[in-house]
Write a protein that binds this ligand. Structure first.
Ligand code: AQP
Length: 329
């Protein structure tokens, strides 16, 4: 089976965007691929985090992975910070990455602009840690959205450079081009993506939002001028709601547009809200059941770290030898 690596930062409560764009699709991959799903807490601290919240968010995220149906037997689910090889390989690969390359990363520029009070070196070398995440596991495929494409490219460049110097060491990963998850936009500012770290609560629908909260947020979502319910660049608000509706119901855009032909914005928003509630309610129920089972969650955490650690150690040992570190006696 081909190996897939993907991760999510525990940088906030996860949103409908994270769910529809990533998590939901992950469940479809587990039978055909050998998947590692990492909770990248080391990446999360490139932005200042409250420690109590970070710990809770990481555990919540793991619980949510399980609740959407990612099977911990079929997949490797683990915390990045539990597998020290990520940091160790990260350091080595830092020495094979040029500042010129990192200077070109657009996500760094965006994040640096957003967090101008804390432009730390970790934020800058984030792509190198991400390269380590991927290369440690001899990953074949990485599901990436548009915004991560540049990071996958630099991963390939670093791997190729290392292989060129020391001989075949890393598998060069490719982008996984499968059924792409919907890109969900902010409810109040539909030209920017819905993000878990967004401070405006009305911009996001959280995976764990109560039904009444979801209905309310959808009703208050920004709409566009005109009253037609159709998708198009001139209608970012309605397009986003239509995308959400389609992703939750499995309907096509044409079907949805036909269904709401002549309907008012009010009725349309009610239908969208109800579709989201119907999609999320069963997941929320499973999260609540899992939360009661502390021992089971602990078991999954331990098992995942062991499984990932074994794979990671194999690559790191090889790399340490190649660069000339003395063997541990
Ligand atoms: N709005 C979105 N629509 C579809 N997919 C999305 N993803 C994120 N937002 C949307 C996908 O979810 C995964 C999460 O990746 P991440 O946690 O590493 O960080 P991110 O992409 O930066 O997500 P956020 O929610 O915007 O986090 P913050 O606010 O912390 O930066 C990825 O697979 C991503 O494509």
């Amino acid at each position: 089976k081909k190996r897939i690596f993907s991760g999510m930062q525990p940088s906030g409560m996860i949103t409908l965007g994270n769910y529809l764009g990533a998590l939901k699709n992950w469940t479809n991959l587990q039978d055909d691929y050998d998947c590692l799903y990492c909770i990248v807490d080391m990446h999360a601290i490139t932005v200042r985090q409250d420690p109590v919240k970070l710990r809770k968010q990481a555990r919540d995220l793991l619980t949510q992975y399980l609740a959407v149906g990612i099977d911990p037997e079929k997949n490797t689910i683990y915390y990045q910070s539990h597998v020290s090889q990520h940091a160790e390989l990260g350091w080595i690969l830092n020495c094979f990455t040029y500042m010129g390359e990192l200077n070109r990363m657009t996500q760094f520029k965006d994040k640096a602009a957003k967090h101008s009070d804390n432009i730390n070196a970790g934020l800058y070398t984030y792509p190198v840690l991400m390269a380590s995440d991927i290369l440690l596991y001899q990953t074949d495929l990485v599901p990436v959205g548009e915004d991560q494409r540049q990071h996958l490219e630099i991963t390939r460049d670093i791997a190729g450079r290392f292989n060129g110097i020391y001989g075949e060491t890393f598998k060069i990963p490719e982008a996984y081009i499968g059924k792409v998850g919907a890109r969900i936009m902010s409810l109040q500012e539909p030209t920017k993506k819905m993000s878990k770290s967004d401070e405006n609560k009305n911009n996001t629908i959280l995976l764990m939002d109560e039904p009444a909260v979801i209905m309310n947020k959808v009703k208050r979502a920004m709409t566009d001028s005109g009253s037609e319910i159709r998708h198009g660049e001139d209608k970012p608000g309605i397009t986003n709601l239509l995308n959400i509706y389609c992703a939750c119901t499995g309907k096509t855009m044409e079907e949805a547009e036909r269904e709401f032909d002549g309907a008012g914005y009010g009725a349309f928003k009610t239908a969208v809200g109800e579709a989201v509630v119907a999609e999320l309610e069963p997941v929320q129920k499973r999260v609540k059941e899992l939360e009661k089972n502390k021992d089971y969650l602990d078991e999954v955490i331990k098992y995942g770290a062991e499984r990932a650690g074994k794979l990671a150690a194999r690559t790191l040992t090889k790399v340490q030898k190649k660069v000339g570190f003395p063997p541990v006696i």
